[in-house]
Design a protein around this ligand. Sequence first.
Ligand code: NDP
Length: 262
Amino acid sequence: MNQTLNDTVEAGTYRDLRDKVVLVTGGASGIGLAIARAFAVNDSRVVIVGRDKGRLERAGVEIGGNVNCIRFDLNEIGRLPELVATVRSNVGEIDVLVNNAGINLKKDALEVSVEEFENIIRTNQTAVFELSKEVGKSMVARGSGNVIMISSMASQYGIPKVVAYTASKSAVEGMTRALAVEWSRHGVRVNCIAPGFIRTAMSSTALDNDPERKIRVLSRTPAGRLGEPSDVANAALFLASRKSKYITGVVLPVDGGNSVGF
Ligand code: NDP
């Protein structure tokens, strides 16, 4: 078990999450892996989705216990109903959907081609909507469910060289509010976490090759450090649990104060 997670996520903290079926996209690495582990620690029945078979298998072993790994490319939008049907027949109806999978592209806006732009939008925005819709159908019919989106600091303020990513993550925050108001009366809550700069492979690629950006990030983060994936996982547990039962449509920054940093 990861030490950081051990320090901060305790088994049984959220008893109402026991036996809940939790689908975490991109759950084989980084933030998604921490989220999957946190739900598993709380005895949820966890399903993780990703494209890389080896990474999924390693994550399955690391999470241990009650986890199902499904190899699936979320860009195959037309096959998303098949993914949801597979989860239903292998594990059960989805109680919590965590739309965590995402990709980034760091490039000057003037250099971004329409294909590159659309590729980011497809994974980070269109697939998120279609999967939420597919899972939402049965949540609305059953009168309960929880959808958790993951956005970014890129949707809180302007960051250069990530125009497509920023467009997609801003859309995710808008979708959160739109779905929350449509589905609230059906007992389905939709919330979003906006992680600050969290220590993962994705952020290391973006920051380690750009020391100037790293200094800038840390200098405007009052906590004075990068976040840990478990910091985001703890917020996801709270938003999926009954402890947040009157909270819907919010965007919760988990950022060490980065979004309000001077
Ligand atoms: P990672 O790159 O570690 O994780 C992204 C995951 O998404 C991978 O497991 C990847 O698996 C999966 N994925 C990507 N595309 C697809 C696809 N088409 N189909 C299925 N799975 C896919 O990044 P992070 O953990 O850092 O990021 C997780 C989320 O948090 C992202 O949405 C990111 O935008 C967001 N975020 C991260 C921040 C950070 O500082 N790290 C800050 C703000 C937001 P595979 O490649 O095997 O398919």
